[in-house]
Design a protein around this ligand. Structure first.
Ligand SMILES: C[S@@+](CC[C@H](N)C(=O)[O-])C[C@H]1O[C@@H](n2cnc3c(N)ncnc32)[C@H](O)[C@@H]1O
Length: 431
């Protein structure tokens, strides 16, 4: 144990490593807890599966694979558990491991017997196929590949799932989330669907409460919300005609709560120059313009001509319209142009397609468009809660995750993620 800790010292999270002693610990973390298996039993299944993959990769001959499976089985450990039928959970574990191990699967498997090689390429499709092949082999082993006393409850231990969430009575209610969790937990225990419905109603009220108790919008901002809410048929029509290249939708609007937060940041920071990346129908640009002093300026960027036109119409009646400069084109190219003009900004609001987030962030930092002492606000950093589900992320979800990870690794910024609507991150550039 001491030798292990010594070798791991400085990296007790065990990240970014190719580690022979992680044999049996690549796929099982995805199903160990929900299965209720003892840790060693779950590792047994994963060692057996690793041995099978080693054979399929020509790292060991079939006879040695059988030898490994026989040893595991003779030790009364589990080779196969029905929970492994949940291929999606096994795949999620693989995805999480790739992230943990710094971008590579690095699954240690025998190569040759007694030494370790690493498996890096295993697609989801191939993983599912190999699992089924492995299962059919395991079924020919004693107990059909099952272990003896596999589960925690069989040896007098509590089911690990029962510890996953503190029992409702033990959990302090400090936040609305605590309240929702405790109420839902009780409802689940009592199979009480009426209370589940009540929780849905409460959840639905969270955004409404934020809106209710935040400063109400100006008439011009209110009108943008109203116009935008009616705009979906127009966007669909424009996309069909080819006047916009992608489908825009009313739901893209930042809206009141974020608009008021942006206004507040402009006022509090005595901001003079704002860069708004993603104009859409002009809500965030106008919100920030309203908070700027007379000589303040918002430069707003939008790739879709039609959206920029609609934004200009929306601002036309506002006394703050003169503070807004609209530029049309791809954000990355427009940023380069602004940088070459020697521009820099006190506040940048980033709200465009998420796959481009990190590259745009890098440009903002490298060119000095976000000045030292300036603030970056980024929308949708909790992208639809995708990361919470543990499912595979969409391209947008990946984009948000890449930015979140990039901010975390960058000591030039201090940041906080606020669970406001779809997640809004504030990052202060300290150097
Ligand atoms: C979420 S909306 C912006 C919402 C706006 N900030 C508001 O307050 O309502 C994103 C906008 O950015 C535009 N956009 C997306 N990716 C872009 C890119 N790479 N360059 C320029 N504009 C982009 C879209 O056309 C869309 O109008």
């Amino acid at each position: 144990m001491e030798g292990y800790v010594r070798s791991e010292y400085g990296n007790l999270w065990e990240t970014h490593q190719c580690r022979p002693h992680a044999y049996g610990h690549t796929w099982s973390p995805g199903y160990e807890l929900p299965s209720g298996m003892l840790h060693g039993q779950a590792v047994g299944t994963c060692m057996g599966f690793g041995a099978y993959l080693a054979m399929k990769s020509d790292f060991i001959p079939e006879i040695e694979c059988q030898r490994i499976l026989k040893v595991i089985s003779d030790c009364e450990l589990c080779l196969w558990h029905p929970i492994m039928e949940d291929g999606a959970a096994v795949w999620r574990s693989q995805v999480a491991m790739i992230e943990k191990r710094g971008g590579n699967l690095c699954a240690p498997i025998p190569r040759p017997l007694g030494e370790s090689g690493y498996l890096n390429d295993l697609s989801e499709e191939m993983l599912l196929q190999r699992l089924q092949e492995y299962k059919s082999i395991c079924l020919s082993y004693p107990r059909q590949g099952r272990g003896v006393e596999e589960h925690c409850t069989e040896v007098g231990l509590a089911d690990p799932q029962s510890k996953k969430m503190a029992p409702p009575d033990d959990r302090f209610v400090v936040t609305p989330t605590d309240l929702l969790i405790t109420t839902l937990s009780k409802a689940k225990a009592q199979n009480d669907m009426a209370t589940v419905g009540e929780v849905v109603r409460m959840l639905d009220g969270v955004d409404g409460m934020v809106v209710k108790y935040s400063t109400q919008p100006s008439e011009a901002l209110h009108n943008i919300s109203v116009q935008t809410a009616k705009s979906n048929p127009n966007w669909a029509e424009m996309e069909k005609k080819g006047t916009t290249s992608r489908l825009l939708e009313a739901e893209m609007i930042s809206g009141q709560a974020e608009g008021q937060l942006l206004k507040l940041l402009v006022k509090f920071g005595a901001v003079k120059k704002v860069l708004d990346i993603g104009t859409f129908t002009g809500y965030s640009s106008l919100a920030m313009a309203e908070a700027l002093p007379e000589d303040g300026r918002v430069v707003t960027l939008e790739r879709q001509e039609e959206a920029a036109k609609m934004a200009a119409e929306n601002w036309a009646s506002s006394p703050h319209v003169g503070k807004i400069e609209s530029r049309v084109g791809e954000a990355q190219a427009l940023l380069q142009a602004l940088a070459s003009q020697g521009e820099s900004f006190d506040l940048v609001f980033l709200d465009v397609d998420k796959p481009g987030y990190f590259a745009l962030y890098q440009t903002l930092m490298e060119t000095g468009l976000l000045r030292v002492g300036g603030l970056l606000a980024v929308d949708n950093t909790m992208y639809k809660g995708e990361e919470l589900t543990g499912e595979r992320l969409s391209l947008n979800g990946e984009g948000a995750r890449a930015l979140n990870a990039g901010l975390l690794a960058d000591d030039r910024v201090l940041q906080v993620m606020l669970p406001l609507r779809d997640g809004l991150t504030l990052a202060f550039r300290q150097h």
